[in-house]
Design a binder for this molecule. Structure first.
Ligand code: HEC
Ligand code: HEC
Length: 155
């Protein structure tokens, strides 16, 4: 529905008013204005706060679930060596700072359910819009992650 798609939100322009209010060419690609949203949403700021808040909370919850798996259910070899990074990629994503994750061969010790959960988690995180691009997809992916983690926690 949005004319020019990405550009419609990411490259909104404003004309030069004065030296204090210079023109915005939109080339930063940052969404710095919600004016264009108002054709369709009466309160875009509120919608953004609500959506990004809900998706951020869900991201934290899934990450917490993976940490619980890492500290209670991960194979001992991984748990002792990596702590809460036991669910991570060899080069962990930004949710797990502090060192490497399980090596390429140790990755085989991580159940497929946990691998699928972390994949969806980082897919949503690195989209970077926290649900604004497609909230139903973001929440569906994170819900699937939770279901897979819960299945592993029950084992
Ligand atoms: C409905 C408006 C809208 C549309 C359409 C849209 N975006 Fe976004 N996008 C946003 C908002 C809002 C954010 C979060 C705020 C920001 O980073 O500027 C965002 C975030 C992003 C980010 C993350 C930026 C960062 O700092 O991590 C990228 C990359 C991105 N969008 C790319 C795209 C691309 C490519 C398209 C088209 C295929 C697109 N967007 C379409 C609104 C939109
Ligand atoms: C041309 C109309 C249009 C414009 C312009 C528009 N949106 Fe939307 N937006 C929609 C529609 C349609 C939906 C889906 C509503 C639904 O599913 O009930 C939606 C849904 C959303 C949602 C809910 C999450 C989702 O993805 O379903 C957010 C957040 C959102 N828009 C933010 C924005 C922001 C921020 C802008 C401006 C940067 C913007 N929209 C511009 C039509 C628009």
């Amino acid at each position: 529905m949005i004319t020019n798609q990405c550009v419609g939100c990411h490259m909104q322009t404003t004309p030069y008013v004065s030296d204090q209010k210079p023109a915005n060419s939109g080339h930063s690609f940052r969404v710095t204005s919600f004016e264009t949203c108002r054709q369709c949403h009466p309160d875009p700021e509120g919608l953004v706060v609500f959506t990004t808040g809900a998706v951020s909370n869900q991201i934290s919850y899934v990450k917490w679930g993976l940490d619980v798996w890492a500290s209670t259910k991960a194979p001992e070899a991984l748990r002792l060596k990596y702590g809460t990074r036991a669910w991570e990629y060899t080069t962990p994503g930004s949710l797990s700072p502090g060192g490497p994750g399980p090596t390429t061969s140790e990755q085989a010790l991580i159940p497929d359910n946990i691998k699928k959960a972390r994949f969806d988690l980082y897919l949503v995180l690195y989209d970077g819009s926290f649900g604004i691009h497609n909230a139903p997809l973001a929440t569906t992916l994170l819900d699937s992650s939770l279901t897979w983690i819960q299945a592993e926690l029950k084992k």
